[in-house]
Design a protein around this ligand. Structure first.
Ligand SMILES: [Zn+2]
Length: 279
């Protein structure tokens, strides 16, 4: 599931392709991608409007139009694809044996942007303003924004009795962190994921802040080198597993103290941590 750094890398790659481009036509191949909005509404809304800027908040991609905006959320498996022109798009998308799965596409003068999610959890929506989008309006401070300071995190931690891991997954507190990078940040900060957020000492909160910023920064660097290639239908980020110190490493030795990494259940999610050096 793409978290904040993956979505940021997508946004940085997408910007130069579509900024200041007019949406000539919206192709809807699987209307489920706009649910609960009607696909016809989204098409009418977006057609003819120009994309001013491409932005991001939390895990949302924001396409700011000359009026209103489109939001994209990839959920588990959503991704973006790029076709050179409408002809190539119509030939390859959802046609024949070697078809490329596409749910919805925005046609521009310079190419076609496809949104695809085989499992159909990902969504594209149209809004007159960001405040209209409940998921977006509810987001807390973005973990890559300058507003995410150590003192801001300390105040948020102090106001929550939830276990650290669950606190980090709550998008209404800090936006953009998912299961993988919450495990990683807690490993780097040497904090037990089960600790209650409001029990952290100021220096521990500072350590957690530093760990979050450094983990997300490192992953973003990895996601941008090489940058996503939307022209390749099979594109995905490479090399991220080499960065991971805890996530998915059950039974393998901790890189810090050599004790085996443990997998514990928290809520409905798996948390990976070192029982010896995360306190
Ligand atoms: Zn350890």
């Amino acid at each position: 599931m793409p978290e904040l750094p993956e979505v940021e890398a997508v946004v940085r790659t997408l910007g130069p392709l579509v900024q200041n481009r007019r949406i000539r036509f919206v192709h809807v191949l699987h209307p489920i991608a706009t649910k609960p909005q009607a696909a016809s509404h989204l098409a009418r809304f977006a057609q003819g409007r120009r994309i001013r800027t491409v932005g991001r908040k939390g895990k949302y991609v924001l396409l700011h139009l000359d009026s209103g905006l489109l939001t994209m959320h990839f959920r588990l498996d959503g991704q973006l694809l790029w076709f050179s022109n409408a002809k190539e798009f119509l030939e390859r998308a959802n046609q024949g044996e070697n078809a490329v799965h596409v749910d919805l596409a925005l046609e521009f003068g310079n190419g076609v942007l496809g949104f695809a999610d085989r499992r159909h959890f990902g969504r594209v929506h149209a809004w007159e303003s960001g405040e209209e989008c409940p998921g977006l309006a509810a987001l807390g401070v973005d973990a890559l924004s300058p507003d995410f300071t150590a003192s801001r995190l300390r105040k948020l931690l102090a106001a929550s009795k939830r276990p650290l891991k669950e606190f980090l997954l709550d998008q209404t507190r800090v936006a953009g962190i998912g299961n993988i990078y919450s495990c990683e940040a807690l490993w780097h900060a040497q904090l037990d994921p089960r600790r209650r957020a409001n029990r952290l000492k100021p220096r521990e909160a500072l350590r957690l802040h530093k760990a979050i910023v450094s983990v997300l920064g490192r992953v973003l660097e990895c996601c941008l080198h090489p940058a996503p290639d939307f022209r390749d239908p099979a594109w995905w980020f490479q090399g991220l597993e080499t960065i991971l110190r805890a996530y998915g490493r059950e039974g393998k030795p901790c890189h810090r103290c050599a004790a085996p990494i443990r997998r514990i259940a928290q809520g409905s999610r798996s948390t990976y941590c070192c029982a010896r050096c995360q306190k």
